[in-house]
Design a binder for this molecule. Structure first.
Ligand SMILES: Cc1cc2nc3c(=O)[nH]c(=O)nc-3n(C[C@H](O)[C@H](O)[C@H](O)COP(=O)(O)OP(=O)(O)OC[C@H]3O[C@@H](n4cnc5c(N)ncnc54)[C@H](O)[C@@H]3O)c2cc1C
Ligand code: FES
Length: 511
């Protein structure tokens, strides 16, 4: 145990990721008026930039449109493990889809690691890429058999997996599955270098340019707040798709989780770790190339359903119990969307959208899946086939889909009713003290109020613009989060995460 005062100190650490803090911000210009390209890629995370790079390598004329700055979304806040080992997944995939599809999912993810490595070599990118093993471990005797089943499934699928009882971690585990030849890297260093290659090839990257609509026709048109781009094909890589013809909102589940970094002399330098049981834990070694810097993550929950400050405290307490912590330099939180059967949705955007393609639902494993998706989306945009199209097919129906959809949508209905009951009957019109929030009613409508530390009162409509659920305050991130499908909004109502595209209406800020 250390003297970091971790549990009480949670609020004093800045909430910025180590990847953002160790790279310079970008400054690509916004779109200035109308234009055209062969392919427009909307979204500058790992999915969009991988697609743009591949398209650029193939000689296509590409324009990337990013609402904020590139690689500052989920990809700028990941833990950056490159692995095909996505927790205990292969036993599940084998029984859900059969051995062939399970093997292809593994192949797609291992190939994605090799794709990253090839580009690191080709463009000589200094991004701390190195190979290491991935472990999924259990500390519970009851889960030992599950690890054993996973090893059996993985080896039957030709994954180089082994059952082990020792790991380089400084605490005991009951059992683990170890997969060799996985990798870790610095995602921003890698992707910012790829963006440069895209621009150097004569293509455009527009930052501060928000796509608001995609209109299909003979050619597709991406309408943005800075002008309209016409293109033969459009890749939608906005994390949650801004175009939802396949009703993804009812099949994507937002999962928010937390990360702290610790500086410690007893950090293992080898391996990346994921705990098989609740509470979820993820450990990533050699962060930003530093031997003594470790990521400890976990405490995930459905967006809008957890006390974020408490989650940080628990994570910091856990890190402090397991390691000799000298300091905790960074902490941050972000969210990813999972699918009912745990395979992402990547492919055609849906009926009436010829030439428009989407990639989403990476379930916490978008470094490899996002890379595979970027390659697949680029192939589709070029009119070519891709070996993994069938694996990620967004039209698939799987055994677990219907059951999970019923459960999730029952929960959404409950949130809707309870949210409105609280919004209309709840806290009346009492305004909050500094640093606090309230849902209040005014003229029979619910509003979210937040008074900042300077005493300024910020008011927004509490009705989520996606499908009218009532938002909840997230005290650690200072945002309004929707408990139904995971949209998040700034204090003054601007959208942070979809599916909502429009911000919360904002009656103004008062002293
Ligand atoms: C805590 C945490 C840890 C994780 N760790 C790992 C890990 O170790 N390994 C792993 O494989 N995966 C991990 N993941 C998952 C992985 O980080 C994500 O799946 C991946 O980064 C998603 O990439 P993306 O390109 O789809 O989204 P993003 O990186 O979010 O990119 C989408 C971009 O689109 C932009 N955008 C949105 N709307 C618009 C619009 N209307 N117009 C223009 N631009 C728009 C956004 O600003 C953003 O830049 C983790 C996830 C979490 C939550
Ligand atoms: S995200 Fe769907 S109602 Fe808010």
């Amino acid at each position: 145990m250390s003297d970091t005062n971790a549990p009480d100190d949670a609020e004093s650490h800045p909430t910025e990721s180590v990847w953002m803090s160790t790279t310079e911000p970008t400054s690509y210009p916004p779109l200035d008026g109308d234009g055209e390209a062969d392919v427009v890629v909307v979204g500058g995370g790992i999915t969009g930039l991988t697609a743009a790079t591949r398209l650029s390598e193939e000689g296509a004329d590409v324009a990337v449109v990013e609402s904020g700055r590139i690689v500052e979304g989920v990809t700028g806040r990941t833990t950056a493990k490159l692995t095909l080992q996505h927790g205990l997944i292969y036993d599940h995939l084998r029984s859900e889809f059969g051995a062939e599809k399970a093997r292809r999912y593994a192949d797609a993810n291992q190939e994605a690691i090799e794709t990253v490595k090839e580009r690191v070599d080709r463009y000589d990118i200094d991004c701390d890429f190195d190979r290491t093993a991935a472990y999924t471990y259990t500390e519970s005797t009851e889960k030992r058999a599950k690890i054993s089943d996973e090893v059996d499934a993985a080896t039957a699928l030709d994954i180089p997996a082994a059952f082990v009882e020792d790991t380089p971690l400084p605490f005991d585990v009951e059992a683990a599955i170890r997969v060799e030849d996985q990798a870790r890297f610095h995602p921003r260093k890698y992707l910012l270098a790829l963006a440069e290659t895209v621009e150097d090839a004569g293509n455009d990257i527009f930052e501060g340019t928000k796509a608001t609509e995609i209109k299909s026709g003979d050619r597709n048109r991406v309408v943005t707040d800075r002008g309209t781009l016409t293109a033969d094909a459009v890749v939608v890589a906005t994390h949650f798709p801004i175009l939802d013809h396949r009703l993804f909102f009812s099949r994507l589940y937002p999962h928010r989780s937390y990360v702290v970094t610790i500086r410690t002399d007893d950090a293992p330098t080898e391996g990346m770790y994921y705990r098989a049981e609740e509470p979820e834990r993820t450990i990533r070694t050699k962060v930003a190339g530093e031997d003594d810097l470790l990521i400890v993550g976990g405490e995930g929950h459905k967006t809008g359903h957890g006390d974020s400050k408490e989650r940080y405290r628990r994570l910091e307490r856990y890190a402090d119990e397991q390691f000799e912590v000298e300091s905790m330099p960074y902490r941050w939180s972000t969210q990813d969307y999972g699918t009912p059967d745990r395979i992402p949705f990547v492919g055609r955007a849906g009926p009436g959208t010829d030439g428009v393609y989407v990639g989403t639902g990476f379930g916490g494993w978008g470094m490899t899946n996002g890379t595979a998706a970027g390659e697949l989306l680029a192939d589709l945009a070029l009119g070519r086939s891709n070996p993994y199209e069938g694996v990620y097919d967004p039209t698939r129906v799987s055994k677990s889909s219907a059951k999970k959809a019923v459960k999730e949508n029952t929960q959404v209905a409950k949130e809707f009713v309870e949210g409105w009951a609280e919004g209309l009957l709840g806290s009346g019109t009492v305004t909050p003290p500094a640093g606090e929030s309230r849902i209040v009613r005014h003229d029979g409508k619910p509003y979210g109020l937040y008074r900042d530390e300077d005493g300024e009162l910020h008011a927004v409509s509490a009705v989520c613009t996606h499908m009218d659920c009532i938002v909840k305050w997230n005290a650690a991130e200072k945002s309004w989060d929707c408990p139904c499908h995971g949209s998040r909004f700034e204090v003054d109502g601007d959208v942070i995460d979809g599916p909502a595209v429009e911000g919360l209406s904002n009656p103004g800020t008062q002293e």
